[in-house]
Design a binder for this molecule. Structure first.
Ligand code: GDP
Ligand code: ZN
Length: 357
C-alpha cells in the first residue's frame, strides 16, 4: 500500500469514498461492510460476481409502499401486514430509483427473518415528479408512483387562494401528464368566485366546490375520487384534514395518534399517509408531495417547456432565450392573440417565471 503509486492510492480512496457515500445516502448493501469494501476496491474484472438479488432471499412477498423514509419504507404486504423494509444498494442500482409512495415492491426477508429488504420494484404505471432536470443518479425524485390524478385543496378565503402554489402544482401535473383536480374548500365563506379564480378553474380538468364545515360537495368529491389513486395536496389551513376526515371515516384515529407522539400539530398528521377510501381508491398525502411546488427549473427551461405553449413541444420563437414577454416574433404571444393559449394560462406562466427570477 505504501509503495503503491500515487494514482493508484487515489483510486482506492475514491472507491472507499463511493462506498461511504452510498451508505450515507441511506442505502444498505446486503453484504457485510468489510466484504463490500474489499470487493469494491478490486478492479471490475477481478470482482466476484454477485448473485442476482432475488436469489439471496428465499422468502419473497409483494407489497404496496405506503411511505418512504431515509433508510427504509413502510410496506403493506398482500397479506395485509404492514412492515418496515430497508433499501439495498443493489435494488436501488437495478431500478435506478428509490421506492416511492404507491410503488409495488418485492420484499425479501433476511435469513434470520427479522429484517425485510426491498429487492425490486414493479414497473410504474405513472409517476409524479418535480419538474426540472435530473441532477444525480439515484436521487429520490419520484414523489409518488402509480397514481391516477393529482388533487389540490385550496380555500377561497382564510387563507386566500394562493395562485403561485396552484400554478406550480398545475405545472407539475402537466409535466407528468396527469389529470388535475382543484378542490375549492371553504365555499361557505364566499358568495361569489372572483374572476381571477374563475379563470384558474378553467385550467383544471375538474373543479369541485366544497365546504368541510357545512358538508357541501362531499358526495361529489367522493365520486371524483372513487376507484382512483389520488395525490392530495394543499397548504396548511385550507381544510385538508377536515376533508380527509369526512372522506376516510377512520383517518382521524391515525391523525390523533401521530399528533400525540410528536406533538407537532395537525399538519404532520396526515404526513406519509396512504389512505384507502371506503368506496374504493386511495388518497396519498406526504410531505414530499407538498414540496413538489418547489422546482428545479431555470427561467430558460420554464420558457421552453411550459406545457401547452408549443405544438409538439417544438420551440418556435425567434429568439432562443425568448421569455415570451415583449420579444419580437414571439410564437407564444402570437398564439395568445389567436386565442390558442388562454390568458389564464399565460398569467400562470408569468407568476411562476416571476417566482423563479
Ligand atoms: P389543514 O391544515 O389543511 O389540514 O386544515 P384543517 O382541516 O386543520 O382546517 C383549518 C381550519 O379551517 C380549521 O379551523 C377548520 O375548522 C377550518 N375549516 C376547514 N374546512 C372549512 C370549511 O369548509 N369552511 C370553513 N368556514 N372553515 C373550515
Ligand atoms: Zn416567446
Amino acid at each position: 500500500m505504501i509503495d503503491a503509486p500515487k494514482a493508484k492510492r487515489r483510486q482506492w480512496r475514491k472507491k472507499r469514498g463511493d462506498a461511504m457515500q452510498q451508505m450515507q445516502s441511506g442505502v444498505l448493501d446486503h453484504l457485510p461492510l468489510k466484504e463490500r469494501w474489499s470487493r469494491e476496491g478490486k478492479p471490475e474484472a477481478k470482482r466476484k460476481k454477485l448473485k442476482p438479488l432475488t436469489e439471496n432471499f428465499e422468502q419473497k412477498e409483494k407489497g404496496l409502499v405506503l411511505s418512504v423514509h431515509r433508510r427504509s419504507c413502510q410496506v403493506r404486504l398482500q397479506s395485509g401486514k404492514e412492515i418496515k423494509a430497508f433499501y439495498l444498494a443493489k435494488s436501488v442500482d437495478e431500478a435506478k430509483e428509490f421506492p416511492a409512495v404507491g410503488d409495488f415492491a418485492l420484499v425479501g426477508k433476511s435469513e434470520s427473518g427479522s429484517e425485510n429488504f426491498i429487492i425490486g420494484l414493479e414497473p410504474r404505471k405513472s409517476v409524479l415528479t418535480r419538474p426540472g432536470p435530473r441532477t444525480r443518479e439515484n436521487q429520490a425524485l419520484v414523489q409518488a408512483a402509480n397514481i391516477d390524478q393529482v388533487a389540490i385543496v385550496m380555500s377561497l378565503e382564510n387563507p386566500s387562494f394562493n395562485f403561485g402554489f396552484a400554478d406550480r402544482f398545475l405545472l407539475a401535473t402537466n409535466f407528468n401528464g396527469l389529470p388535475f383536480i382543484l378542490i375549492l374548500n371553504k365555499c361557505d365563506l364566499m358568495k361569489k368566485i372572483p374572476t381571477e379564480i374563475q379563470e384558474f378553474i378553467e385550467l383544471a380538468d375538474n373543479t369541485i366546490l366544497t365546504s368541510a364545515e357545512q358538508d357541501t360537495g362531499i358526495e361529489e368529491l367522493k365520486e371524483k375520487l372513487r376507484d382512483r389513486i389520488s395525490v392530495f395536496s394543499g397548504q396548511s389551513g385550507v381544510g385538508k384534514s377536515s376533508l380527509i376526515n369526512l372522506l376516510v371515516p377512520n383517518a382521524s384515529l391515525n391523525v390523533a395518534e401521530v399528533r400525540k407522539k410528536d406533538g407537532k400539530g395537525r399538519h404532520t398528521t396526515v404526513a406519509s399517509a396512504y389512505l384507502n377510501l371506503p368506496q374504493g381508491g386511495a388518497v396519498i398525502d406526504t410531505p414530499g408531495i407538498r414540496a413538489l411546488g418547489i422546482m428545479d427549473l431555470t427561467t430558460d427551461e420554464l420558457a421552453r417547456c411550459f406545457p401547452g405553449f408549443f405544438e409538439s413541444d417544438i420551440f418556435d420563437c425567434k429568439f432562443k432565450d425568448c421569455k415570451h414577454q415583449s420579444e419580437p416574433d414571439c410564437a407564444v404571444l402570437r398564439r395568445i392573440d389567436e386565442g390558442l393559449i388562454s390568458e389564464a394560462r399565460y398569467r400562470s406562466y408569468l407568476r411562476i417565471l416571476g417566482g423563479l427570477g
